[in-house]
Ligand binder design. Structure first.
Ligand code: ZN
Length: 145
């Protein structure tokens, strides 16, 4: 089994302006390497995060992850949503906000939403398909602790 950590990001909803939590990354517990962090733009990652949140009883967080239509993308995709008004929190602005955050703050300070043991096979199935991890985030990994 691999202990997997789900990380959130405190975000301001663009629509209702209230504070909401987006689900942005999963990684093996204790991992310090950027290569081991998997990001929400990969929908297999977001799907796994939703599953782990459900299984740890974080139902409202889990339910905020769902398919929503994006005008920007012109289609629906598995997305973060506002916990107050359910508005889609689009991948692009959210990714940029995380990137900006990471310029100044170690990623290890992102809030832990859930930690749960996952079967190795299930974890590797998600980790191995990473083709888009990091998405070019200019992060300072040396400070991650
Ligand atoms: Zn909102």
């Amino acid at each position: 089994m691999t202990r997997v950590v789900v990380r959130g990001f405190d975000y301001g909803c663009w629509k209702c302006q209230q504070a909401t939590t987006c689900i942005v990354a999963v990684h093996a517990d204790g991992s310090r390497l950027s290569d081991d962090w998997l990001w929400f733009e990969d929908k297999h990652v977001l799907n796994l995060a939703r599953d782990l949140l459900r299984r740890t009883g974080k139902t409202s967080l889990a339910d905020s992850i769902k398919e929503r239509f994006s005008k920007t993308a012109g289609s629906a995709y598995l997305s973060n949503g506002c916990q107050h008004c359910d508005a889609i929190q689009g991948d692009w602005p959210l990714g940029r906000a995380v990137s900006d955050y990471a310029q100044a703050t170690p990623l290890g300070e992102l809030p832990v939403l859930a930690t749960m043991a996952v079967a190795d096979a299930a974890w590797h199935a998600v980790a191995a398909r990473q083709g888009m991890r990091r998405c070019g985030y200019p992060m300072t990994w040396a400070e991650l602790d």
